[in-house]
Design a protein around this ligand. Structure first.
Ligand code: LMR
Length: 372
C-alpha cells in the first residue's frame, strides 16, 4: 500500500550533514548544521556529562532491517502521533478503528492528526472479558483498507488480551479484508513477564509478510517514562519502499520536534545490544511483572477476607499493569474524597502503584464504595 510513495527531499539544514557524511574527500568541511564542534571538528562531550554517564556505552545506532522503516520517537504517544501523521498524509484510507474502551489518548492522537476514529467492540462488562464475537463482527464490517489500532499486549485499560488462537483469527480477518494493523506496544513484558511471549501477536503479523505499524514505548518496561524513549516501525513489503517511507517519516518529524533526545535512547540501545545487560533487564522486568501479579493476589484476598459483595476474580484474571475494576465514576469519586485514593474515573487501577502496605487501605475503600 505504500509502494507509490515518492522519495522526500532532504531537509535543507540536516540534509547538509547527510551529504557531508557521504562525501569521501579528506578535505571535507561541514559548516552546515549549527551544533558546537571542537578544534578537531568533533562534537564535544562535556566532562560533567561523561561523569554522569560513566556506565553508558555511547552506541545508539538503530538496528536496521531492510523492510522496516524505524524512527526513534517520543515514547508511545510520540510514536503513535508520528505514525498517524504519516498515515494521514500518505495512506488512502483515513478511518482508524480503536478498541472500546481504549487508552484515553488514542482518540486525541488520531483525531489531532486528521484521522477519523471509529471503535470496535472489545470489552464485555458482563463477563469482564473479551467480546471476541463483537470484535470480529465490527472489524468484519470495516471498510477495506481501514486502519485498526491493536494493543500488542496488556490491553490498557482493561487488562484483557485475546488468546494466541484468537489473535490468529484476528490476523486472518485483517489480512483478508486488507485492513492495516497499527500496534501500540506500551507494556511489552508486563502481560506474561516475558518479552518474547508478549511480542508474539506482533510477530504473527510481521511473519505473514504483510504491512503493519508498531509504536513501541520503553517508558514502563525500562522504567524510562521521563526520558520519552520509543520507536515507530513501519513494516513494508520491500526494502526500497521502506527507505522511501523512512524519508517521509523524517519530513513528518522535522517540523514537529526536529529530532528526539539522545540520553534515554542511548540507555535503551545499550541494554538491547549487550547480551549481559539484556539478560539482566529480562530478570528485572520479570520481577516488576511478578510484583504486579502478587498485588493482584493480595487485593483479591483482601476483598475476599472482607466479604466485599460481587465477583472480584477479574482482579487476578486480568493481566498487565491495570485492573479494570468495574467501579463506576461515583464510586471512584467517593474513594478519592473519603480515602484519598486517586485513579482514573473509568475505575482503572494501576496495580503498579500498590504495595503490600497499601492493599488493606484500597480494599477498605473498595468495600466501602460498593456497600454504601
Ligand atoms: C497510562 O495509561 O496511564 C500510561 O500509558 C501513561 C500515560 O502516558 O498515559
Amino acid at each position: 500500500v505504500f509502494a507509490a510513495i515518492a522519495q522526500a527531499p532532504e531537509d535543507p539544514i540536516l540534509g547538509v550533514t547527510v551529504a557531508y557524511n557521504k562525501d569521501p574527500s579528506p578535505i571535507k568541511l561541514n559548516l552546515g548544521v549549527g551544533a558546537y564542534r571542537t578544534e578537531e571538528g568533533k562534537p564535544l562531550v562535556l566532562n560533567v556529562v561523561r561523569k554522569a554517564e560513566q556506565f553508558l556505552v555511547n552506541d545508539h545506532a538503530a538496528i536496521e532491517e531492510n523492510r522496516v522503516a524505524t524512527a526513534q520517537c517520543l515514547s508511545g504517544t510520540g510514536s503513535l502521533r508520528v505514525g498517524a501523521e504519516f498515515l494521514a498524509k500518505h495512506y488512502h484510507q483515513h478511518t482508524i478503528y480503536i478498541p472500546l474502551p481504549s487508552w484515553g489518548n488514542h482518540l486525541k492522537v488520531f483525531t489531532m492528526a486528521g484521522l477519523s476514529v471509529k471503535t470496535y467492540r472489545y470489552y464485555d462488562p458482563t463477563t469482564r472479558g473479551l467480546n471476541f464475537q463483537g470484535l470480529l463482527e465490527d472489524l468484519g464490517a470495516a471498510p477495506a483498507g481501514a486502519m485498526v489500532l491493536l494493543h500488542a499486549c496488556a490491553h490498557n485499560p482493561t487488562g484483557v488480551d485475546p488468546t494466541l488462537e484468537q489473535w490468529e483469527q484476528i490476523r486472518q480477518l485483517i489480512r483478508s479484508k486488507g485492513l492495516l494493523p497499527f500496534f501500540d506496544s506500551a507494556y511489552q513484558g508486563f502481560a506474561s513477564g516475558s518479552l518474547d511471549a508478549d511480542a508474539q501477536p506482533v510477530r504473527m503479523f510481521v511473519a505473514d509478510g504483510g504491512e503493519c505499524l508498531v509504536a513501541q514505548s520503553y517508558a514502563k518496561n525500562m522504567g524510562l517514562y521521563g526520558e520519552r524513549v520509543g520507536a515507530l516501525s513501519i513494516v513494508c513489503k520491500a526494502a526500497d519502499v521502506a527507505s522511501r517511507v523512512e524519508s517521509q517519516l523524517k519530513l513528518v518529524i522535522r517540523p514537529m520536534y526536529s529530532n528526539p533526545p539522545i540520553h534515554g535512547a542511548s540507555i535503551a540501545a545499550t541494554i538491547l545490544k549487550n547480551s549481559d545487560m539484556y539478560d539482566e533487564w529480562k530478570i528485572e522486568l520479570k520481577a516488576m511483572a511478578d510484583r504486579i501479579i502478587s498485588m493482584r493476589k493480595q487485593l483479591f484476598d483482601a476483598l475476599s477476607a472482607r466479604g466485599t459483595p460481587g465477583d472480584w476474580s477479574h482482579i487476578i484474571k486480568q493481566i498487565g499493569m491495570f485492573t479494570f475494576t468495574g467501579l463506576n465514576s461515583d464510586q471512584v469519586a467517593f474513594m478519592t474524597k473519603e480515602y484519598h485514593i486517586y485513579m482514573t474515573s473509568d475505575g482503572r487501577i494501576s496495580m503498579a502503584g500498590l504495595s503490600s502496605k497499601t492493599v488493606p487501605h484500597l480494599a477498605d475503600a473498595i468495600h466501602a464504595a460498593v456497600t454504601r
